[in-house]
Design a protein around this ligand. Structure first.
Ligand code: TYM
Length: 336
């Protein structure tokens, strides 16, 4: 997909749902890599606002959150001079391709998705069509841009596999159309767990304020959250299956400091949980301090966000339309 908008490098694409604020989990599992990879790849990043509609939202709060997420991504170092950044709902091709992919996806496949089952259990009063169709929209997001790599946390692996299945099926039925993408899942940070329940993933929508750390939390809050983090019995600082609390903190420290788990274990050998928790809190706080400051600057400049997002949507739509036109022709829709 070489054009004036891309430099003919491999294409990476990813998205994030605007709910709550960007967490430490989102940062280490995905956004940090978006920032690190954007110079090396043709990069496309978007706010997955249509995905977020699968859960009931208060409209004015939702709008504010989506804008705030855009500012948070900029503050995390996603650079509009290097990456195409936009709101998913501003590029109609996502929904159009989703319809065609829907007609090439089986209900059985979609209903087997773990996230669909989890979300259905959590929102039993609102198991809407969008909830089940969610991964097909995600497949459309990815396949529209002929993406090579999708940098995400481990929780998105199953959705990526479905995307690959849909792409292969479509290509077999209609001839080569889509690039079959690979996931890019980091070795450390792919699954950051809740600070209060280290057996479940840290989630933006967790109602327990002590469970998640946000990239825009202040330093005192971050250190306090880590001091309160649930740990395990014993006192040794080592990553082991029967020590999920300490293992999670080791993973966080390793990912923040770009160290291996072994190096972190060695660094803190013989020290107590209390000292370690403060060290992790301070490392995270130091990393997020400039992000919080940049966020305040971007969040106050709605005009700049509008400019970047409009330009991003225009560029994205141009690229997306190329694939969509091809797809419509392949399936036999009339065009003049
Ligand atoms: P979302 O908004 O839930 O999460 C955004 C990114 O953060 C990663 N992530 C985590 N990584 C490590 N530890 C955690 N605790 C953690 N929690 C979340 C997610 O894996 C994700 O990479 N469906 C997607 C958004 C999306 C998308 C796409 C992604 C829509 N279309 C196309 C890639 C490609 C989602 O809900 O992510």
């Amino acid at each position: 997909m070489e054009s004036e908008l891309t430099q003919g490098k491999k294409i990476i694409l990813s998205g994030i749902q605007p709910t709550g604020t960007i967490t430490l989990g989102n940062y280490l599992g995905a956004v940090k890599n978006w920032h690190n990879m954007q110079s090396q790849f043709d990069s496309i990043f978007f706010i997955a606002d249509m995905h977020a509609l699968t859960v009931r939202r208060e409209p004015s709060e939702f709008r504010q959150t989506a804008l705030s997420f855009f500012a948070q991504l900029l503050a995390c170092g996603v650079d509009p001079n290097k990456s195409i950044m936009y709101f998913q709902s501003h590029v109609r091709q996502h929904a159009e391709l989703q319809w065609i992919l829907n007609c090439n996806t089986y209900v059985g496949e979609a209903s087997r998705m773990t996230q669909f089952k989890d979300k259905s259990a959590k929102h039993a009063d609102n198991i809407n069509m969008g909830l089940m169709d969610y991964p097909v929209l995600m497949a459309a997001d990815i396949l529209l841009y002929q993406s090579d790599l999708v940098p995400v946390g481990i929780d998105q692996k199953q959705h990526l596999e479905l995307t690959r299945d849909i792409a292969v099926r479509f290509n077999n039925r209609y001839g080569d159309t889509f690039k079959v993408p690979d996931g890019y899942i980091p070795t450390t940070g792919a699954k950051i767990c809740s600070l209060q329940d280290p057996t479940s993933k840290m989630s933006k929508s967790d109602p327990d304020r002590n469970a998640t750390v946000s990239v825009i939390d202040d330093e005192a809050t971050i250190v306090r959250l880590f001091k309160r983090a649930v740990t395990d019995s014993g006192s040794e600082i080592c990553a082991r299956e029967d020590k999920p609390g300490i293992t999670n903190l080791i993973n966080i420290y390793a990912a923040i400091e770009n160290k291996s788990v072994g190096e972190v274990e060695k660094e803190f050998a013989g020290q107590g949980y209390g000292t370690f928790k403060i060290a992790v809190g301070e490392a995270v706080a130091a990393k997020f301090k400039p992000i919080r400051e940049e966020y305040q600057r971007y969040a106050a400049d709605k005009e700049y966000i509008a400019k970047v997002a409009n330009k991003g949507a225009e560029n994205a739509a141009y690229l997306a339309e190329r694939t969509l036109r091809k797809v419509k022709k392949k399936v036999g829709l009339v065009s003049f």
